[in-house]
Design a protein around this ligand. Structure first.
Ligand SMILES: *[C@@H]1O[C@H](CO)[C@@H](O)[C@H](O)[C@H]1NC(C)=O
Ligand SMILES: *[C@@H]1O[C@H](CO)[C@@H](O)[C@H](O)[C@H]1NC(C)=O
Length: 400
């Protein structure tokens, strides 16, 4: 990474361009030197850390779900719902678009990094995956999907049933690399992250009421959680033991929901009813997961709360450096997402002031805070598993 890259990371792009085209005044030079010193110190620390880098608590991370955790699988599909074009990825290392639906990294990337597994989680469909990248985990997630297989079904995305099929192929490939016995150990000690549900309510209930003809909200919540239950059991049968399941975000605060539901554009506020529904769903989920865990011997299945950190950011934006929480950074921020947030769309000047990147997806800054919250609240619960069973075996300890 070059010095300019580091510099870009810490300053919003627009401001930077202004800065760089200016003659280097004393202040600018000073800033550049300061960043240089900071960067060198950082390099030094990270090199020192590498020598004593703690053994990862989990050898791998496996991810299932929707666009909140799709690190690029949709790039390889015939679907319109893609994030592999600028400005998506403008703040990702190297400023590359990867298919992630944000300006930078997603929660699975940050978690993998916090857990010392790796810096980013690649999509399973990437044909150029190295063996190391494969055995340390991938994402099977697909933007637009949901627990309900009709969600996104017309959009050509990967439904959950298909994500399980890809996982089976993954297992065969890992067995080919490390052998059957090691593969089994690897899968059982990997951390599994599942994040979906928002599209089910958005596509099938609130905005396009397909499922509302069959279910009331409570019935649809139960229907989805029953699907989730079956999905968890399938992963368990395939060898997964440690899973973190994300609840719903405050759906009524997504900029797109506000746009669809609020009557006056001058009075943009969260749709309380949808937030209440999400809270009820989360409460049901938090009480369902321990029941599922008790039915699956030696499993650890924890609830990952994303509602609380998000509503905290929405209610107290200044604590997080945000000035705008009701519209995305891309375009007007009211409707644009996927193909409508593209290289012709203007972006906000300072993305660090925005909770949302587009009208549906949080910005990298928001994802980082959610990740830190989960690191504190959910990861320790997953690790409690250590006490109850055999010591953790990690692949790399075994093979040197
Ligand atoms: C939802 O539907 C079920 C039956 O399908 C019914 O028992 C329940 O009372 C309904 N709940 C609400 C809030 O209408
Ligand atoms: C598991 O072990 C850790 C450290 O050895 C301890 O702090 C924690 O309380 C234990 N958890 C349970 C559930 O026993």
């Amino acid at each position: 990474m070059s010095l300019t890259d580091m510099f870009l990371l810490v300053r919003p792009r627009r401001q930077l361009q202004n800065k760089l085209t200016m003659a280097p005044t004393g202040t600018t030079l000073f800033l550049i030197i300061l960043v240089h010193i900071w960067f060198c110190t950082l390099l030094f620390i990270s090199n020192t850390c590498k020598a004593t880098r703690p053994t990862p608590k989990f050898p791998a991370i496996l991810v299932f779900g929707d666009s909140t955790v799709d690190t690029g699988n949709n790039n390889y599909l015939k679907t319109l719902f893609k994030g592999n074009h600028y400005p998506y990825g403008q703040d990702f290392p190297g400023h590359v678009t990867t298919g992630r639906f944000s300006n930078g990294k997603l929660v699975p990337d940050f978690l993998a990094s916090m857990l010392n597994i790796k810096e980013t989680v690649p999509p399973f469909l990437d044909p150029s995956l190295s063996d190391t990248n494969l055995v340390t985990g991938v994402s099977f997630a697909s933007g637009g999907s949901g627990f309900d297989d009709i969600t996104g079904s017309v959009g050509g995305i990967i439904p959950f049933s298909k994500q399980v099929e890809y996982f089976k192929r993954y297992i065969v490939r890992v067995q080919g690399i490390v052998g059957e016995k090691e593969a089994k150990k690897l899968i059982s000690s990997a951390v599994v992250v599942i994040s979906a549900g928002t599209n089910d309510f958005g596509f099938n209930f609130y905005d396009i009421p397909t499922r509302r003809l069959e279910f009331n909200i409570s019935g649809y919540q139960d229907f989805l959680q029953n699907k989730l239950h079956i999905f968890i059991e399938e992963l368990y049968e395939l060898g997964c033991r440690r899973m973190a399941i994300a609840g719903l975000p405050p759906i009524g605060c997504l900029p797109i929901q506000i746009t669809v539901k609020v009557e006056s554009p001058h009075d943009r506020r969260c749709i309380e009813e949808e937030n209440l529904d999400a809270l009820v769903y989360n409460k049901k989920l938090a009480s369902l997961l321990p029941k599922i865990q008790s039915l699956l011997p030696r499993s650890k299945i924890v609830y990952a709360d994303v509602y609380m950190p998000l509503i905290d950011m929405i209610n107290n934006p200044l604590n997080f450096g945000f000035l705008e929480t009701k519209r995305g950074c891309c375009g007007t921020g009211l409707v644009e997402t996927g193909p409508f947030c593209n290289s012709l769309t203007a972006v906000c000047d300072n993305v660090l002031e925005y909770l949302f990147w587009d009208s549906i997806h949080p910005s990298q800054a928001a994802y980082l805070y959610i990740s830190k919250y989960l690191e504190k609240k959910s990861i320790p619960e997953l690790l409690d598993y250590d006490n109850q069973s055999q010591p953790l075996v990690t692949l790399f300890d075994q093979t040197g």
